[in-house]
Unconditional design. Structure first.
Length: 344
């Protein structure tokens, strides 16, 4: 029994890993600390064995040695972290997974409206507990400018500001919206509306512009009465007001907007897609919660998270040069919410 107890409590060391693989302790150290001099195949093998043996990195010693905390801070506005918010919670999940793979922990801070208005510095930044920041969703440009003055590396996810020079990871919102609007036009629709508050976020603005380009390219006149909102200027969801004369199709800025619009149309006696077609954006649960399931744009959430973590780790190592714009492609998921008004 004593022997079993020793096995349970024994702390695994780099030497144990080295002995297990028949390599030197120096080689194991280089692999675990991501230093050059170890081939990719051997490095993977070392990390796999370290995981199997439940090797624990001494993060405190590592922080003292490298002058780093080993933590990445994630800031998200409370507007995007509600009970039924699927998109950003999924991104955070993949951020966490990629950070752990890169031997970083994550610390999540939810920024309230008051935090932004008063420009309150997050506690994790005040106590210097993070090496870099990922900002998810969108915060005000004034609050972002305040955070930038902390001289901590920052990468933005799913938004940007022209006058604030920072790395940002974004979906190709303009082109994806152009393509999905074109799908409606090719299905015979010319009275096409847009559902979304274009005053809110850069992602919605880019999607609106993509929608407008598709109309302009086909010489379809934009009808301002077909612009409807599902959120107010603070991002809170509101009751959708339909125009007096409905469009035959709507491009919605996100799947939740499409879901809410679909329910509103049904409540007014309109059938989807029999009377009105709708398309969404994001490919989250809302697109399949509605019947019929909604044609939408699939965002490559995993790619966004992976690129964001890779970029912030690069900035932590070398925070030099101007901000980079990293654009992630998207794809259309065709479902049953679009009615064809013309034959193929």
């Amino acid at each position: 029994m004593a022997g079993d107890e020793d096995l349970i409590t024994k702390k695994i060391t780099m030497q144990d890993i080295a002995d297990s693989l028949g390599v030197s302790k120096v080689t194991v150290s280089k692999a675990i600390n991501d230093k050059p001099g170890v081939g990719l195949e051997l490095k993977k093998k070392i990390l796999d064995v370290a995981t199997e043996m439940d090797y624990k990195i001494n993060s405190i010693a590592k922080a003292l040695k490298t002058n780093r905390t080993g933590n990445i801070g994630v800031i998200i506005s409370d507007v995007f972290f509600t009970k039924n918010e699927y998109f950003y919670t999924k991104i955070f999940r993949y951020i966490e997974m990629n950070a752990v793979a890169g031997q970083y922990n994550t610390i999540l801070t939810i920024a309230t409206e008051e935090n932004e208005l008063t420009k309150k510095t997050p506690l994790m930044c005040m106590e210097q507990k993070v090496d870099g920041l990922l900002i998810l969703g969108q915060i005000s440009n004034q609050y972002l400018a305040h955070l930038k003055r902390l001289n901590t590396p920052i990468v933005l996810i799913d938004f940007y500001y022209r006058d604030i020079n920072l790395d940002h990871i974004v979906t190709d919102n303009f082109y994806a919206s152009y393509i999905i609007t074109s799908h409606l036009i090719e299905s015979g629709h010319t009275d096409i509306g847009f559902c979304g508050n274009v005053n809110l976020y850069s992602s919605i603005q880019d999607r609106f512009l993509g929608y407008q380009k598709a109309l302009l390219e086909r010489k379809i006149k934009y009808n301002e009465s077909f612009l409807i909102m599902e959120r107010d200027d603070k991002g809170a969801y509101i009751d959708i007001q339909l125009p007096e004369k409905n469009a035959t199709a709507y491009v919605c800025n996100c799947d939740k907007a499409a879901y809410l619009l679909g329910r509103k149309l049904n409540s007014k006696g309109f059938k989807v897609p029999g009377d009105v077609s709708i398309v969404g954006f994001d490919d989250v649960e809302f697109s399949t919660m509605f019947q019929p399931n909604i044609t939408t744009v699939r965002i490559r959430i995993e790619d966004m998270a992976r690129k964001a973590v890779k970029q912030i780790m690069r900035r932590i190592d070398h925070d030099e040069g101007s901000g980079q714009r990293i654009v992630i492609g998207a794809e259309i998921v065709y479902r049953d919410s679009v009615k064809k008004l013309i034959d193929d």
